[in-house]
Design a protein around this ligand. Structure first.
Ligand SMILES: *Cc1c(COP(=O)(O)O)cnc(C)c1O
Length: 230
């Protein structure tokens, strides 16, 4: 098995190369290290690469790692959030990528308000319309953004999507392009509490296509820490 350090050297070089090829600027694309199932000691190995934001997909795992990592890293929540776990998450995260229903947004906004807190979030969009995936369908997003003026403690700063898990590059590209085009279109409108600047898309197996299609947050786990065995 390669070390985290070797993996990151390769990955960062590959990302830089892809950004160059796409004619984009390096500081435009952020790498979010996805640390689910990875232990605290291994996570700390990425510090020397100036990576200080990490993504987790379970509230419980954030709770377990929070004390050990909070001085060095900011947490992002990238997995689906159950309403009954919201309280445990408050105050611990910088950004939630997985706002996948108005129901969740309403519940989260209420808890934030009660605690006098604000939070940035991304709407999760199910571009590929896979039934196994959660999120808003593309044609539901404008309506959701209209409603955001009711939820003053959540600030929507962009969108997140996951491409289907397939070797068919075109399917992946169409998904990412779809999200990019949606953002370009809706960013022209003025919605309260909305500022569409981030596109969180691209994982270990499809980050190159995501860079080509305008991603500015890559969520990468196994290419850094090795394959997970759940
Ligand atoms: C696990 C996960 C990732 C990272 O996946 P890798 O294939 O390990 O890079 C990205 N996004 C979400 C939502 C995840 O759950």
């Amino acid at each position: 098995m390669m070390s985290v350090k070797e993996n990151l050297i390769d990955l960062l070089e590959s990302i830089d190369k892809e950004i160059d090829l796409a004619g984009r600027k390096k500081d435009e694309v952020k790498l979010l290290a996805v640390t689910k199932t990875v232990d605290v000691a291994r996570i700390k190995e990425i510090k020397e690469f100036n990576l200080n934001e990490i993504g987790e997909n379970k509230v419980q795992e954030i709770e377990e790692k929070y004390e050990a990592l909070k001085d060095d890293f900011e947490f992002h929540m990238i997995g689906s959030l159950q309403k009954n776990k919201i309280n445990k998450l408050l105050g611990k995260i910088k950004l939630i990528h997985s706002l996948d229903s108005l129901d969740l947004i309403e519940a989260l906004d209420k808890r934030l308000k009660n605690n006098d807190m604000k939070l940035d979030g991304l709407l999760q969009v199910n571009i590929s319309k896979e039934e196994s995936k959660s999120g808003f369908y593309k044609d539901e997003v404008a309506e959701a953004l209209e409603k955001m003026h009711e939820y003053k403690n959540i600030h929507i700063v962009g969108f997140m999507t996951m491409a289907p898990f397939t070797d068919d590059e075109k399917v992946v590209r169409d998904t990412f392009r779809g999200l990019y085009e949606l953002k370009e279109k809706l960013a022209k409108n003025n919605y309260d509490n909305v500022d569409l600047k981030y596109l969180s898309m691209g994982m270990s197996h499809d980050y190159k296509i995501a860079i080509q299609e305008g991603s500015n947050i890559l969520r990468i786990g196994s290419k850094i820490f090795g394959e997970r065995n759940y």
